[in-house]
Design a binder for this molecule. Structure first.
Ligand code: COA
Length: 174
């Protein structure tokens, strides 16, 4: 009866047979995001990548472009679905019948924000678990805004983003 101690009713080991959600603005997707999505796809049979509208961030790429870029960058992975969402992440997870929210933890500096978000999400929907995965160390400092800035100033971003994103950024700033 160990599982009864948590808010979820899954028996031991069952959670990893469920769907998971990986969410972000992905403006644009980086190798760091992709690393977390790949790790999640090795754990869960179905991973829904939720591309947040994030209008407040005034993204460089439109929602449709971001979805398309995530899709074309994840074609090598099985069990991945890419969808947009607006509103609460827990509602999106529920709508997608996902029991887990996967988040990438790059550095200690991410912790405070992620901790707050995970506990708030748990407060709203106790049955949804948050799982943190660490991307490869090489990507622990990469962020979408860094990548956008380097691309804008003509720097080399090959090591930070997959080929479709590289092409899209070159197109945007050429
Ligand atoms: N590798 C590389 N970069 C990463 C990364 C990783 N593994 N994880 C995060 N980042 C970067 C992102 O690129 C982003 O960089 P930027 O600020 O330079 O663009 C930054 O870290 C923040 O990323 P993230 O925390 O994923 O923010 P986000 O804006 O992309 O997505 C949502 C956050 C959409 C998941 C979150 O705001 C959300 O859940 N929104 C829905 C509303 C909601 O439910 N609110 C209540 C929350 S308690």
């Amino acid at each position: 009866m160990l599982w009864k101690n948590t808010d979820t009713n899954f028996k031991p080991g069952e959670l990893m047979k469920q769907s998971a959600v990986c969410a972000g603005t992905f403006d644009p997707l980086t190798f760091g995001h992709l690393d977390v999505i790949e790790r999640a796809s090795r754990i869960f049979p179905r991973v829904v990548v939720g591309v947040a509208k994030s209008e407040a961030k005034s993204p460089l790429f439109s929602l449709d472009e971001r979805i398309d870029l995530v899709r074309t960058s994840t074609t090598h992975l099985l069990g991945i679905e890419v969808k947009s969402f607006s509103g609460l992440l827990v509602d999106f997870a529920e709508q997608e019948s996902a029991s887990v929210i996967v988040r990438g933890l790059r550095a200690f500096s991410d912790f405070e924000y992620e901790f707050q978000m995970a506990l708030t999400n748990r407060q709203m929907k106790p049955v949804i678990e948050t799982l943190f995965l660490m991307p490869k160390q090489d990507y622990s400092y990469v962020s979408s805004s860094n990548v956008r800035e380097i691309a804008k100033m003509g720097g080399n971003i090959d090591q930070f983003v997959p080929a479709p994103i590289l092409k899209a950024l070159h197109g945007r700033y050429s």
